[in-house]
Design a protein around this ligand. Structure first.
Ligand code: SF4
Ligand code: SF4
Length: 112
């Protein structure tokens, strides 16, 4: 599978929100919304909100990703990803993701 690595190191290529967007698949959008509503405690999440082409790709972003503090920080510093940042080892912002998805660190290292 192609790798579309986000600013924090997630693999957007394997994200169901992106897959549903690219395929314009409403059944998958509904499944993602059902899952994320519970997993991320967002009761108001509707399937129509599941639209994202990927963190660093052109096109629509899922609402959280558009407001993401990490993504905004990377852009403000002129980096491609957190992997370009000298502060990554000690950054508490990106650590919040890496704590749950350690593979994201490996993904960032694979870009260099
Ligand atoms: S940026 Fe979009 S494709 Fe990437 S993880 Fe977030 S929702 Fe999924
Ligand atoms: S300060 Fe943190 S969030 Fe910002 S670019 Fe560096 S590692 Fe990423």
């Amino acid at each position: 599978m192609e790798k579309l690595i986000s600013c924090c190191g997630l693999n957007c290529a394997s994200c169901d929100a992106r897959i549903a967007t690219v395929k314009n698949d409403d059944e998958l959008r509904k499944a993602v919304a059902d899952k994320w509503r519970v997993a991320y405690n967002v009761p108001g999440l509707s399937y129509e909100m599941i639209n994202c082409t990927g963190c660093r790709e052109e096109g629509v972003k899922f609402s959280h990703c558009d407001e993401c503090e990490i993504r905004n920080c990377v852009k403000a510093k002129g980096f491609n990803t957190c992997g370009d940042c000298q502060e990554m080892q000690t950054c508490s912002i990106v650590a919040a993701v890496h704590k749950y998805v350690p593979e994201a660190i490996t993904n960032l290292q694979s870009l260099n």
